[in-house]
Design a binder for this molecule. Structure first.
Ligand code: PLP
Length: 416
């Protein structure tokens, strides 16, 4: 019964410091969010103690009657949320969901077609150091000069290389993909269509983004980005893929499922079906549009700041710093200095190396969860625009950030 503080003060101090960091700064990493206390309660529950290899009703261990209930609720809720015929809620992360999905659809050595990492794709879509790039023959498509996925190139490459799987999804792209067009191309070359909606799943759940489940053979997602749940992954699919996907997750790539995380996923799916969640996702997208508008205003353009594709339809913007005196690393550091956390991000055909980059990815999900309104997002956007100018007043910008953080307290109940 010893508390964390008593048993391990070093780790307790790191946890406390991280809570303080989250409370006192503005989190604008596009893939992050704040999980509700109820989600963290489920994740920190006794379910962490249970082994449950297998699936509800078909386990390789005794005593699974209660985790079966929780896992079945998670499955049923996520199927309802996205209108899916099949769901697997066991993948430990987005990358493990993607690995299981890819190996269910294709064999090592098969050709896959995905969005280039440097143009906004994810590591698991064919990056050369990732399992996907090492074990599959990768062909990559790109964005065009306007910053939009080049569907003519997708079709040309699909016809030329006849991939087994076409991957539609992204980690850094500010627009919606044309799933119907991806489906048409996949059908034309008899490829499977796999959509990775890790980033925009929350928008889909809220009805603010087309639902890929209607078009794709398999859809994967994380549960912790716009969806706002615990860290983890899910796979949705048409019924006919159920057996293959189940066996690819377990015993293919995983052993015992994390039942405490699965219970937390179930809680987050309940939240995601609520009206409050819809309203929050609407503020998320509105906030991103406000950022895009402010960072394309004449004074930002004068400072060499621009926004890729000219705006956004989702929860993030990509700032283009190719014309700025600041590189991605310097811009990230400056924003950190005033209390705003973002990540630097390569722009297409980036002249700078990947550890430096010429861009930033800035997202609004965490601040929307924190309660930020359009007015608050306008204030954040202005702070960012001022910080990226050649000369900036760090102290006054930081004071504006602190005022916003105080206006929207985060996890007040967790303060000691
Ligand atoms: N897929 C996409 C599109 C992502 O952006 C990410 C995470 O950044 C993942 C998958 C991987 O998720 P995880 O970090 O949980 O493995």
């Amino acid at each position: 019964n010893t508390s964390l503080h008593e048993l391990d003060p070093e780790i307790a101090a790191a946890v406390d410091a991280e809570l303080h960091r989250q409370q006192s700064t503005l989190e604008m990493i596009a893939s992050e969010n704040f999980a509700p206390l109820a989600v963290m309660e489920a994740q920190g529950s006794v379910l962490t103690n249970k082994y449950a290899e297998g699936y509800p009703g078909r386990r390789y261990y005794g005593g699974c009657e209660h985790v079966d209930v929780a896992e079945q609720i998670a499955i049923d809720r996520v199927k309802d949320l996205f209108g899916a015929e099949y769901a697997n809620v066991q993948p430990h992360s987005g990358a493990s969901a993607n690995q299981a999905a890819l190996f269910a659809l294709a064999q090592p050595g098969d050709t896959i077609l995905g969005l280039d990492l440097a143009h906004g794709g994810h590591l698991t879509h064919g990056m050369r150091l990732n399992f996907s790039g090492k074990q599959f023959d990768v062909v990559a498509y790109h964005v065009d000069d306007a910053g939009l996925v080049d569907m003519a190139e997708v079709e040309r490459l699909a016809k030329e290389h006849r991939p087994k799987v076409i991957i539609a999804g992204w980690s850094a792209y500010p627009r919606q993909l044309d799933f119907a067009e991806f489906r048409r191309i996949a059908d034309a070359v008899e490829a499977f269509l796999w959509v990775d909606m890790a980033h925009f799943a929350g928008l889909v759940a809220a009805g603010l983004h087309p639902n890929p489940v209607e078009y794709a053979d398999v859809v994967t997602s994380t549960t912790h980005k716009t969806l706002g749940g615990p860290r983890g992954g899910i796979i949705l699919a048409k019924k006919e893929f159920a057996k293959k996907l189940n066996s690819s997750v377990f015993p293919g790539f995983q052993g015992g499922p994390l039942e405490h995380v699965i219970a937390a996923k179930a809680v987050s799916f309940k939240v995601a079906a609520s009206e409050d969640f819809k309203e929050r996702q609407a503020r998320t997208v509105e906030g991103a549009k406000i950022l895009a508008e402010r960072l394309t205003a004449p004074d930002a353009r004068e400072a060499g700041v621009n926004v890729l594709s000219g705006g956004t339809d989702v929860h993030l913007i990509l700032v283009d710093l190719r014309a700025s005196a600041l590189d991605g690393q310097q811009a990230e550091d400056r924003l950190h200095e005033v209390g705003i956390t973002v990540n630097r991000n390569a722009v297409p055909d980036d002249p700078r190396p990947p550890m430096v980059t010429s861009g930033l990815r800035i997202g609004t999900p965490a601040l929307a969860t924190r309660g930020f309104t359009a007015e608050d997002f306008a204030e954040v956007a202005d702070v960012i625009a001022q910080t990226l100018k050649p000369s900036y007043d760090a102290a006054s910008l930081k004071a504006r950030v602190t005022a916003l953080a105080h206006k929207h307290p985060l996890y007040p109940g967790l303060n000691k």
